[in-house]
Design a protein around this ligand. Sequence first.
Ligand SMILES: [Zn+2]
Length: 243
Amino acid sequence: MIWAGLRLYYGLRLNKMNLIEESFQRLFPEEIFHYQHKLEYNRRLADFNANVRLHHNLLSINLNLQWKDIDDEIKIGLIQSLLLKILKKRAHTPNLELYHNFIKKIPILTPKDRTDQLLEAAFRRVNLQFFSNQLELPNLQWGQQSFRKLAYYNFHDDSITVSTIFQKARTEVLDYIMYHEMLHKHHQFNHKNNRSSFHTKEFRAAEELYPNHQALEQEISLVIKQEKKLARPKPKSIWNFWR
Ligand SMILES: [Zn+2]
């Protein structure tokens, strides 16, 4: 009987441990867990990524397949961090602690298979000058032609992505952009109340140590302006219009 078999399978799994409910109960021991819930692993998410959705009463959590083999206690921490996000609450638990310690090690676990000559040269210069060569080489790549998100560090796959508008910028400008993202890699795990605070006081102080940082900020604004101009489609000339 197929049905009986399936039932038994699900029954056993649920008895073993329902991760979402368990995570919730450890976060909020006083509260009643009244959600329907669904936990799925999939390959579409980026490395070690995860997301959560609450639709009516259904809590769905998706985890990248890599999470499947990770210890349940760490997974509970991950699920708790997602629950806090979606329920807009704050809390501290030993599982959250475990989870944060685990993600600190993700950059060591992720493969480094993306790089670029210009970006790598910038990384190496900055690493030598400001980080005593102590920062591990992350994945490096050009992103889109973005005027707002100039660059970002993604700790899930340990990558620094830089907007293509800086492909022709002076090395000093590129180095400064790289420095900002390398600071993120360096400071990435300042978790306060389970919130990653990105531009902390410490971060800003470190940023201001960069020589000429104010002039460089201005130059960046200029690059953005110029590149925007170049990106705009050219108007047809009146002569063409009449012909
Ligand atoms: Zn930043």
